[in-house]
Ligand binder design. Structure first.
Ligand code: SPD
Length: 325
């Protein structure tokens, strides 16, 4: 166990049985995913949550928060690349970006690949997640903490986005854990209202939006709330073996340029009616594409093609939205 880690064997035994980590959560009742543990590298309780990092037999290092898998070195790119590049490549010229959560550094690594970006703000509530990721995954996920464009704030994002003084953003990426525990407020309508205010006209948000197999009622509630606030709302998803049911989704939110002049601080010169969130507005350069393991422009569009049961449910939610006056 790493220096500073809790020595509470009882707590650890609760998560790991007979050399297997078992992910159990009330948010996906009746199913359970396991990974074989080679070695526990870190385990402690932070001010917010239980933080576990272990070396697995077949998925590299695995970061677990409150008993839930956040990232494995083997498949994390299926999530980090999609949550980052769907909004960033849908935008013509993102310059100022806010990352909410994402303490493992994976989203920051992807955002840092965009040369148009000159300012990256990142707000993560739990410093222990940042420290553990830097200590154990500096060559895989936490590779970009030294990027000179980064301002890192350790704070509650729900509070951060309501504070003046940070300016507004072209893209906001909400890389949260599930809506149980510290991330609960990040799925509420009030938070989306604050994000809308923090976004430049023409700006795009992408948030972690759970799994259509497990959380369709929840997704449809969030989708409906977002339709009341944003000009365009879309749900996309990616396939990832170590998240519940092998999938996770994203809510993509667009703030149209028709926003009142009073709200436009003039920071985004590339205002144009969005053709579609579903299409990459720019293509990755050959160099950036070579650095990617998952995202490509074809997958960008494919990610929005929903199975019929999900498409129907979200269409029903959209139909309930009152037309804007
Ligand atoms: N059910 C797990 C959802 C985790 C989403 N966030 C992962 C953080 C990776 N940067």
């Amino acid at each position: 166990m790493a220096a500073g880690a809790s020595d509470d064997r009882q707590e650890l035994l609760h998560l790991i049985k007979d050399g297997w980590f078992e992910e159990t959560q009330s948010f996906w009742t009746g199913q359970r995913f396991s990974l074989q543990v080679e070695k526990v590298l870190f385990h402690a309780r932070s001010a917010y949550q239980d933080v576990l990092l272990f070396q697995s037999t077949s998925y590299g290092k695995v970061l677990v928060l409150d008993g839930v898998i956040q990232a494995t070195e083997r498949d994390e790119m299926a999530y980090q690349e999609m949550i980052s590049h769907l909004p960033l490549f849908a935008h013509l010229n993102p310059r100022k970006v806010l990352i909410i959560g994402g303490g493992d550094g994976g989203v920051l690594r992807e955002v840092a690949k965009h040369p148009s970006i000159d300012t990256i703000h990142m707000c993560e509530i739990d410093e222990m997640v940042i420290d553990v990721s830097k200590e154990f995954m500096s060559d895989t996920l936490a590779t970009s903490y030294e990027d000179p464009r980064l301002t890192l704030v350790v704070d509650d994002a729900a509070k951060f986005v309501t504070q003046d003084g940070h300016g507004t953003y072209d893209c906001i990426i909400v890389d949260s854990s599930d809506p149980v525990g510290p991330a609960e407020a990040l799925f509420e309508a009030a938070f989306f209202q604050s994000l809308h205010k923090a976004l430049n006209p023409g700006g795009i948000i992408c948030t972690q939006a759970e799994c259509q197999w497990l959380h369709l009622d929840f997704i449809s509630k969030v989708y409906r709330a977002c339709c009341d606030i944003f000009t365009e709302v879309e749900y996309a998803y990616t396939a990832i073996p170590t998240y519940p049911s092998g999938q996770i989704g994203f809510m993509l939110l667009y703030k149209g340029p028709e926003t009142s002049a009073a709200e436009d601080d003039g920071e985004c010169d590339d205002l144009r009616p969005l053709t579609s969130l579903r299409v990459a507005a720019r293509l990755p350069s050959a160099e950036v594409q070579a650095s990617l393991k998952f995202y490509n422009p074809a997958l960008h569009t494919a990610a929005f093609a929903l199975p019929e049961f999900a498409r129907r449910k979200l269409d029903e939610a959209r139909a309930k939205v009152k037309p804007r006056s």
